[in-house]
Write a protein that binds this ligand. Structure first.
Ligand code: URA
Length: 243
């Protein structure tokens, strides 16, 4: 019988092996501390740093209520409910997607559709699990109609909520999933491929950029690159452990 290690077993189950990794390629996760975290659509956004922060002083309950009642942009009128974000509110890892799709709109939770399944598998491949030291959020909290990319003004209205979430969580690392998240968090637009492989910063927190799981579902050969990005994220996390 073939004996495989845990990572390999996960990758095989995902149908990602051997594209994603061979045995021993996963950098070890940090062992200590509670704070141990493309779609290629063209979206331009404003940086989150230079705007008024309507959510800036809120704690979790007020922030959640504020998002629930938000009608600041046109997205709310076309969606079923807001999708606030979910997970460990003291997480070391924050993963940021673009915005809710149909499944998320129906359930009120981020990444619960096909892309979410792949995200769960990506997390598992580096020893993480949704909700355990991991928080998952989106650039916009309301589903854009027809799954279009969120527009600049929609992102500008919504980004302060995510900013406040990140301020409250104080993660050790942020992973931007796809171009919309990367552009919004960096405050500048660039080809996603050119942003990979470098550790950026979002308001002082290390930021690693990789492809959006929905993009990876459409372009499975890019999974190898996403795997490299996740390894960079783990390496970065290890380097910041205890720092
Ligand atoms: N895609 C995203 O960017 N976010 C979700 O929550 C689901 C799909």
């Amino acid at each position: 019988m073939l004996i495989v290690n845990r990572e390999e077993a996960v990758l095989r189950e995902l149908n990602l092996y051997p594209l994603w990794a061979r045995r021993g390629q996963v950098p070890p996760l940090p062992t200590s501390g509670a704070r141990d975290s493309a779609g290629e659509s063209e979206t331009v956004s404003s940086p989150g740093t230079s705007r008024e922060q309507p959510a800036g002083e809120h704690g979790w309950p007020e922030l959640k209520a504020k998002v629930r009642g938000c009608t600041a942009c046109k997205l709310r009128a076309g969606c079923t409910q807001t999708v606030f974000g979910a997970g460990d509110e003291k997480a070391g890892w924050v993963f940021v997607g673009e915005g809710p799709g149909a499944d998320e709109d129906a359930r009120g939770e981020p990444f619960v559709g096909q892309a979410g399944k792949l995200l769960d598998n990506m997390l598992a491949a580096i020893g993480l699990k949704r909700g355990r030291n991991v928080y998952i959020g989106n650039i916009v909290k309301c589903r854009p109609p027809g799954n279009r990319a969120p527009e600049t003004d929609e992102i500008a209205q919504c980004l302060p909520y995510l900013q406040r979430q990140i301020d409250l969580i104080r993660p050790r690392l942020i992973v931007a999933l796809g171009k919309t998240a990367a552009t919004a968090l960096l405050g500048r637009e660039a080809a996603l491929g050119s942003l990979r492989g470098t550790v950026h910063e979002y308001r002082g927190t290390p930021l690693v950029i990789t492809y959006h799981p929905a993009y990876l579902l459409r372009s499975p050969t890019e999974k190898a690159k996403a795997w490299q990005d996740l390894c960079l994220a783990v390496k970065t996390m290890n380097a910041t452990a205890g720092g």
